[in-house]
Design a protein around this ligand. Sequence first.
Ligand code: IMP
Length: 423
Amino acid sequence: MANTILVGAQWGDEGKGKIIDFLTDHAQIVVRSQGGNNAGHTVIVGGTKYVLHLIPSGILRPGTLCVIGNGVVLDPVAVAGEIEGLRSKGIAVTPENLMISDAAHLVLPYHRQLDEARELAKGSGKIGTTKRGIGPAYGDKIARVGLRMADLMHPDVFAEKLAARVAENNAVLAGYGLPALDAAAMLKDLLAAAEALRPFVANTVVYLHKAVSEKKEILFEGAQGTFLDIDHGTYPYVTSSNTTAGGACTGSGVPPNRIDRVLGVIKAYTTRVGEGPFPTEDGPLSDMLHGMGREYGSTTGRARRCGWFDAVAVRYAGMINGIDDLAVTNLDGLDSLDSIKVCTHYRLNGALLETPPMDYTQLAACEPVYTELPGWKTPTETIRRWEELPANARDYLTKITEWSGAKLKIASVGPNREQTILL
Ligand code: IMP
């Protein structure tokens, strides 16, 4: 496997964790380069379920080194807790298999409070964030007032910087009618987390460049999805990082000419958590999937909104990310349907659109143009080979990937590692 960027080509929750886990059989290094603990990757190995928020799922493979890159925003207490949680399940987490960039920005308690306060203030216009403080933390980074892992590694200087940040943020919180935060109490928790994280903190950029020159194979695992990208998504109903392929380079320090391919991950249908336009959203399909116990968020437990496969969106994701191959997950979710709709175009004010409009109000006004394909009405979860899939399922996969403009490489028929069909 060459150096690969893996991206979600929809609104997140495409089943990336499972595909990443499958691919790390080959990768020596797995890098997370954006987002924070707003993400939730669920991986099931040997009957044990692991939900990872910040640590790359490569941690479950002995011999794989995981890197949390400079582009990530990281809640130190949450990461220290995630490490402990993994250890309690018998997973070794050591500096030999986890490195954290000293340039990664910190998510601090005032970011979480502000995230929640801003959402509340927006009322029905809320974004529907995960309330993990992601937006305010990236906001501080861009405003050049953020604190980074490198700061946390120097307790004396950090205490001073934190006190100044807490003072400024307390004034903002007061504007929302919220009580002031106690910098001293916050510092105690953070310094305890700092000591737990210290062995893992390093200049990951230098490490990754060395790894590239030694021809080690690197997998860049994307979090969230293309339409949650701060630049290319359905702004403002997006997350605050670049979830698209370019974000893997800026968020790790590995240059674009060292990347060999981009793999897009899509669900066989579409889901979205949080607010914002979603052209192919469908109530009965949501009810059916929720009735099967599927499509509840792994980070917040929220029921995901569900809809038909949207080839217009995925084609656009192909453009932005330069997707070479596609992995299609959750095919088994559609096993019981008589017929399945696929959106091939949008109609807006009488015009037929091939690509989604940038403005979210226009996207919300788009009407999906559907083609119906026959269902296969057969359980697929025990199938392991392409030839064994029902003909209608093969036809569905072939058509949705063709209409999306990329090659089908992997089909997934369940959450377990072995429920994977490689083409
Ligand atoms: P934030 O990232 O918490 O600021 O949330 C912004 C938007 O991104 C909301 O609609 C969230 O539901 C969505 N979001 C954030 N992380 C994920 C994820 O990992 N999967 C799916 N949606 C996400």
